[in-house]
Every structure is written in C-alpha cells, then in structure tokens.
Design a binder for this molecule. Structure first.
Ligand code: ARG
Length: 458
C-alpha cells in the first residue's frame, strides 16, 4: 500500500524487520468474515446518521462482500506491511472505491474494531463449542441403555471404594460438561456488549450512533465506557478459562479411560479406529488419541495463563501487547475443538468388558460401606459400625475371603445385631442396589437420572 493509512506523520518507511515483528495477519486472517460483518454494520450506521450517503453505504457493503469472497477463495495476498486483517480489508476497499473506501474508518479505530471482531468471533466459537459439548453429552447418555446392567467399582484415591452402576460414570461426565456449557453461556452473556464506536479510547466527536451498530451486530447494548472497552480483554480470559476447565475435564476422562484400557484394569476396549499400533511391538494397541486429549490440555491451560500474564499490569487503554491475545484465544479454541470433535465417537464406540469386570467385581470389599450402613440401621452408632466392619475386612483378608463368605455366626461375633438379612446387602450387586439416596450410584437413582438426561437432550 502506498504508505500506511496513518501516512502523513511519517517521513521514513517502517523498517522491514519491524513490519515482520509487528504483523498479526499471519494469525488474525481468520477474523476476515467478522471484520466484514462489523464494517458493514458500521457503514450502515454511518449512513443512518448522515456521515456517508446511502449510495456510499451500498457501495461499501457490496465491495466488502466481494473482498470477503476473494479472501475466502484464498485469492487475497497477505503482506506484513499491511499488518493485520483490518488493514488488508480496508486497503482492498480503498483500492476498489477510492475516496468512498477512505470514509469507512470514520468514527472508529482499529482498537474498537479488533475488539468487536474478536467478540463476534468468540461468540460463534462459544456456540460451536457448546454444540460439540452437547454432542459429547449425547454420546455418554446414548450408552445408557446398553450399560445400565453393568456394575463398576467406584474409586477414591484410585482404590476400590463402593460399587456404582456403570451409567453413573457416564452421567457424571454429562454433568461436568453441563457446567462447562453454563460457564460458556455466562461468558457469552457478559461479552455481548458492543465495543464498536469507542474508537481509539475516548469515543468520537462525530454524531455516531452506537446503539445502531450494537443492535445490527446482535449485541445486547453498546458497552458503556470507551476507556474500558479499549483495554478490556476479560472476555478472552473468561473464554480461555472456561476452555481450560473443559480441557481438564477431557483430560481426566482420557486418563480414566487410558487406565481402564490397561491389562491391569481391563474394563474397556477402544475401537481400533481410535487407537494406534506400535512401530516395534506387534501386540500393542495404544490409546494415543486419549493420550493426546490429555496432553493437549496443557496448551489450553497455558493459553489461559498466557492471557492473564499478558493483561497483568497493562495501563489503560489499548496497548499493542493486546495483539497477542488472539494467539492464546485461538490456540485454546482450536485445541478444545479438535478434542471435542473426536471425543463422541470414542465414547460411542468403546466397549465395556463385561466378563472381565464381573469376574473381579467382588474384589476390594466394595460392599463394606453398605454393611456399615446396615449396622447403623440396626442401631449401631456409625463410628462403632465403622470399626466393626474394619475388623471384619481384616478377618476376611487374613482368610482370603469376601464379606459375604462369612457365616452369620462369624458375623455375629463381630456384631450381635447382624441377622440373616445381612446377605441382602452383601456383595457388590446388593450393595449397589441398596444405594438409594438422591444422586447416588444405585440402579434406581441412575435410571431416574438417565431418563432426565434423555429428556433434556431430546
Ligand atoms: N492488530 C491489532 C491488534 O490485534 C489491531 C489494533 C491495532 N491498534 C493500534 N493502535 N495499533 O491488536
């Protein structure tokens, strides 16, 4: 471009290395569509208040459509001297329309422009991630009917704890992803105030109408303080934090399933399509996709930290540091999206190894807590019952048997309150059936929750 838009002030051209150092077109080109959207709204407003004519507005809007088409066809040549997507589009507009094109930037600055663009982009990104999270919830819920008769050990400290219906695990993930969705919705609601018209930092002396652009772009209102607008990137900190939590949820799930696929656990078989082989060990079937979902979460967490460190200590209002915001936000979005695109198929196509799970479900005294609660129902104080069952477990360990293998006489030595009906709660299957409190992993509760989820997602 013949001198940059800010031309007059400078007598020397920008140093070439500086151009390469300061450019953002290499990563903000993806804002093209929202940049055009913002500019068209701006042009409509300018015409409405009489700063440009209706004819100029139409010329600008049409030319912007054409420019976007060129970009989307990959026919726009990007050059570092034009810095960013905003300048590329504006200079293409000026090349097409001359003076009419030179009017578009009236009453705005790249500072409000870039923030508007990012907000529009992130709004779409949130909707996309939300849709993908819903797909993943659907995948977990879709396993409900097939797995509802399977009992899995529940763990704490990765030690066998209490038995739960297998579907309780699936719905636990559905809950986590539901909270993730509400976090994104909160973020979307808070970000939905229009920056456009804050101009550089102080607003404008021109009779611009920020309500018009806000409405046109689907914002709830114009944001109220131009200084704040120029410096605000809270919405990106919130967005990437919400994504980091999603990544952590995905990573925890991946870790759990990686464990479940080991010979040691043997709970789960992943479909071949979502595993890889080893270049040297012919027998290997590796859960690489899950490992990478776990591994890539690091980048999302890092991106959210990157934004906090970037924003920390910046004075009002816009500082060029903020240009780096997009690198973090886009990285977090891209990674989470790539994980969420794959996750539902992994969930749907995995198979629980029923026989293997069942063959070991009586190991680990999963019914011990149920026995303790049986004693409580027989008027034994909780702490006393805890001690009694602890002793019984030690006895079983010494004998190499399970609680349900003890005779009623043996049990009565530990606690005379115990009767024949104790065998109705001993064993993993009885113990899981006996779980009836709201939100528990017992069959009845899980069925209720499963139906609620089916309805919610239908
Ligand atoms: N590329 C810049 C960014 O992403 C656009 C805003 C530039 N503003 C400025 N005052 N230099 O932040």
């Amino acid at each position: 471009m013949a001198g940059k838009a800010w031309g007059g002030r400078f007598s020397e051209p920008t140093n070439e290395q500086v151009e390469l150092f300061t450019e953002s077109i290499s990563f903000d080109a993806r804002l093209a569509a929202v940049d055009v959207q913002g500019s068209q709204a701006h042009a409509k407003m300018l015409a409405h208040v009489g700063l440009i004519s209706d004819e100029e507005r139409d010329q600008i809007c049409t030319a912007l459509d054409d420019i976007l088409t060129t970009i989307q066809k990959g026919e726009m040549e990007y050059q570092p001297s034009l810095e960013d997507i905003h300048m590329h589009i504006e200079s293409a507009l000026i090349a097409k329309l001359g003076d009419t094109g030179r009017k578009l930037h009236t009453g705005r600055s790249r500072n409000d422009q870039v923030s508007t663009d990012i907000k529009l982009y992130i709004r779409n990104a949130i909707d996309e991630v939300d849709g993908l999270l819903e797909e993943l919830q659907r995948a977990f819920v879709s396993r409900g009917d097939q797995d509802i008769d399977i009992i899995l050990p529940g763990y704490t400290h990765l030690q066998r704890a209490q038995p739960v219906n297998a579907v309780h695990y699936w719905l636990a993930y559905a809950e986590k992803f539901e909270r993730d969705r509400t976090r994104l919705a909160d973020c979307r609601r808070r970000l939905n105030q229009s920056p456009l018209g804050a101009a550089a930092l102080a607003g404008s002396t021109l009779p611009i109408d920020r309500e018009i652009t806000a409405k046109e772009l689907g914002f709830d209102a114009p944001a109220a303080n131009s200084l704040d607008i120029s410096s605000d990137r809270d919405y990106l900190a919130e967005f990437t934090s919400a994504l980091a939590i999603i990544a952590v949820h995905l990573s925890g799930w991946a870790e759990e399933w990686i464990l479940w696929c080991t010979t040691e656990f043997g709970f789960l078989k992943l479909s071949d399509a979502y595993t890889t082989g080893s270049s040297i060990m012919p027998q290997k079937k590796n859960p690489d996709v899950l490992e990478l979902i776990r591994g890539k979460s690091a980048r999302v967490i890092a991106a959210s930290q990157q934004l906090f460190v970037l924003m920390k200590g910046l004075p009002m209002a816009y500082n060029r540091d903020l240009q780096e915001d997009k690198l973090a936000a886009f990285a977090a979005f891209d990674v989470v999206k790539s994980c969420l695109v794959l996750a539902p198929s992994i969930v749907i196509n995995a198979q629980l190894q029923r026989d293997r799970i069942e063959s070991r479900i009586e190991e680990g005294f999963l019914d011990a807590t149920a026995l303790m609660e049986y004693l409580i129902r027989k008027q034994v104080p909780m702490r006393t019952g805890h001690g009694i069952v602890g002793n019984l477990v030690a006895t079983c360990e010494a004998k190499g048997c399970r609680l349900k293998d003890l005779s009623v006489e043996e049990l009565q030595v530990a606690a005379p309150q115990i009767e024949e009906d104790v065998y109705e709660i001993l064993g993993a299957s009885n113990a899981v059936t006996a779980l009836t409190s709201y939100g528990s992993g017992g069959h009845e509760q899980v069925k209720i929750q499963l139906n609620a989820w089916k309805e919610k997602l239908s």
